[in-house]
Design a protein around this ligand. Structure first.
Ligand code: NAP
Length: 250
């Protein structure tokens, strides 16, 4: 199956590394013109320099209220419309619940959930016009089983629920809304955990939970995200697909 995004316009948040970068590269390779959103200007520019379909770089901090207007204005001025929105940016601040700070809870829920919702809303009209598609990157942490991840797990559980709700609300607008819930994926998101607990120990002990007995790659998440965003998934909406090597099979 070859995905074709020729003539389509996409926004990917958290595009400066990891899973977001992989989604950007796959969308671009399939013909989409992509807007790359994150805070790290240098990283965004160097990824954009390797793309082929005249990408747009939008340096924005999703922890600020004004970033929503900033992103939607820049994208709609450059693209004139939108076909695909991928809400991928997230923060993960691992804190035991007995020591969690209000600031960490606020930032996590704000960036991971509120701003994803706000971007859906900001791009609603152009997505209605194009019969477009939204993909939210959630997490298997939404099951709540991860420990010391209360705010992060709650933000991703909220995103799963938002995915279903928007899918129903916007089905009659021709907009599909789906999610991808990664399990263990080898990205920089794990660096604080590696630093705290030791990389070898984390890699070996965490993988014991995975029936496929290995960590996933960013491209393996991007494969499913791009499928859900594409016309090949035209009869799929309101679904969050777990891509976790079987870790949460029950
Ligand atoms: P990552 O390497 O930490 O990348 C996170 C991305 O989000 C970066 O591009 C970062 O860009 C961006 N970001 C963070 N805060 C931002 C802010 N305030 N404003 C704008 N952009 C911001 O993480 P990843 O592993 O690729 O994760 C991508 C998605 O997959 C996330 O939604 C994550 O929750 C989910 N996920 C990952 C795993 C895993 O094992 N890796 C598992 C489950 C779910 P800047 O720092 O440049 O702003």
């Amino acid at each position: 199956m070859t995905l074709d995004f020729s003539g389509k316009h996409a926004v990917v948040t958290g595009a400066s590394r990891g899973i977001g970068e992989a989604i950007v590269r796959q969308l671009d390779a399939a013909g989409a013109r992509v807007a790359l959103v994150a805070r790290s200007a240098d990283r965004l520019e160097s990824i954009a320099a390797e793309l082929t379909n005249d990408p747009l770089v939008v340096v924005a901090d999703l922890s600020t209220h004004e970033s929503i207007d900033q992103i939607s204005t820049a994208v709609l001025e450059a693209f004139g419309g939108l076909d695909v929105l991928v809400n991928n940016a997230a923060v993960e601040r691992n804190q035991p619940a007995s020591k969690v700070t209000g600031e960490a809870i606020d930032e996590t829920l704000f960036v991971n959930l509120r701003q994803a919702f706000m971007l859906c809303s900001a791009f609603a009209k152009p997505l209605f016009s194009s019969n477009g598609s939204i993909v939210n990157i959630t997490s298997t942490a939404a099951t709540g089983a991860g420990g010391t991840q209360g705010a992060y797990a709650a933000s991703k559980g909220g995103l799963n629920t938002l995915t279903k709700n928007l899918a129903n609300e916007w089905a009659n607008k021709g907009v599909r809304v789906n999610g991808v819930a990664p399990g263990l994926v080898d990205t920089e998101m794990w660096e604080p955990t590696f630093d705290a607990l030791g990389e070898d120990a984390v890699r070996t002990s965490f993988v014991k939970r995975v029936p496929l007995a290995r960590w996933g790659t960013a491209d393996e998440i991007a494969n499913v995200a791009c499928f859900l965003a594409s016309e090949q998934a035209s009869y799929v909406t309101g679904q969050t697909i777990r891509v976790d090597g079987g870790m949460t099979n029950i």
